[in-house]
Design a protein around this ligand. Structure first.
Ligand code: ATP
Ligand code: ZN
Ligand code: MG
Length: 308
């Protein structure tokens, strides 16, 4: 399939999802409302993740889908992914500027001139608020830390692919500790991820992946990430069999975040980190793709896994 065919397939599948009512269009590519049926699947999958990961004793943290701008600046996200970041701006002018804003609005001109950056930015990945939070607590306990997060995430990647949204939800487990602890966690979840998604009877594949680092220097970073096998994705066909969609990802950051935020192990070494991320909308879309739009008609075995 060439790019034109892939795009046509994505567009056609998005139309089907909208017609079925599962996705509610808003007029912006990648920004959708969801029906009750869709949300039910998301909730059941979230509960399934807890069933597989809940016994490990993770500390639960829930953050709003925005990040302290200072944390965002410290994260070096702007070095790697300036094209994806979403910053929150608000009106900062006086009455004169307000009058000019209203005039420009009325005349259909750009009215955003007096919008200024606030102290918050959109969360790009659910784990970002965790690292500075853990860093503030001081050195890690001997067994390290395991955190459970769930958040809406924003990425400026408008697309007609219904599986590439601008606002989507990510459940994550994050492991922070020694290299051994962190690598063991990622191995465990690579196996669990396969078994868990296998129980939902969808075709899947696990493969090495890379993040879309920006610019020419970014290509080098992407290549090195692949060579070192730092990122794996669990892929399921949604709009294309040849280009399946990443529904889960398994990321080893080595000591990158440990360095940035000065996170230390009990022995005083710089901590390593890893996370496993579950793309809630993508998993739901994969299930609708393979089992149909009517959840009552899904295989009994799959219904049992999700609804008990
Ligand atoms: P892709 O390669 O498809 O862009 P990604 O590498 O950016 O995916 P991660 O950054 O690892 O994905 O994010 C963790 C999970 O969040 C992914 O495995 C995926 O399920 C989900 N996800 C990422 N981007 C999107 C998006 N734009 N819309 C919906 N879900 C997404
Ligand atoms: Zn993460
Ligand atoms: Mg991406």
């Amino acid at each position: 399939m060439n790019m034109v065919d892939i795009t046509a397939a994505q567009s056609a599948y998005r139309d089907e999802l909208v017609e079925s009512g599962l996705l509610i269009p808003t007029g912006v590519d990648g920004l959708y409302g969801r029906s009750g049926v869709f949300e039910d699947v998301v909730e059941r999958f979230d509960a399934l993740v807890t069933r597989w990961g809940g016994q490990d004793g993770a500390e639960v943290m829930r953050f709003p889908p925005a990040l302290n701008r200072q944390y965002f600046e410290e994260s070096e996200y702007l070095k790697s992914f300036p094209h994806l970041a979403g910053t929150i701006h608000s009106f900062g002018g006086d009455e004169k500027a307000h009058r000019s804003l209203l005039r420009r609005l009325e005349e259909g001109q750009d009215w955003t001139e007096d919008q200024v950056a606030t102290d918050v930015v959109m969360t790009p990945a659910a784990c970002y608020p965790v690292y500075p939070t853990i860093a503030r607590r001081g050195p890690l306990p001997g067994e390290g830390k395991l955190i459970d997060v769930f958040s809406y995430c924003f990425r400026h990647e408008p697309s007609i692919d219904p599986a590439r949204m601008q606002l989507f939800r990510m459940r994550e487990y994050i492991r922070i500790g020694t290299p051994d602890q962190v690598v063991e966690f990622r191995e465990l979840w690579l196996e669990r991820g396969r078994a868990m998604m296998g129980s939902l009877e969808v075709p899947l594949d696990v493969d090495v992946a890379n993040d879309p680092f920006f610019g020419r220097a970014g290509t080098m970073l992407s290549n090195s990430q692949r060579e070192q096998k730092l990122k794996f994705e669990l892929l399921i066909p949604i709009t294309s069999t040849e280009k399946p969609t990443a529904c889960l990802s398994f990321n080893y950051h080595q000591d990158h975040f440990g360095h940035l935020w000065d996170i230390h192990t009990a022995d005083g070494d710089v901590a390593h980190t890893a996370c496993v991320g579950f793309g809630m909308e993508r998993v739901a879309l994969a299930l609708f793709r393979h089992h149909g739009f009517d959840t009552a008609q899904w295989p009994a075995s799959v219904r049992k896994v999700l609804w008990g």
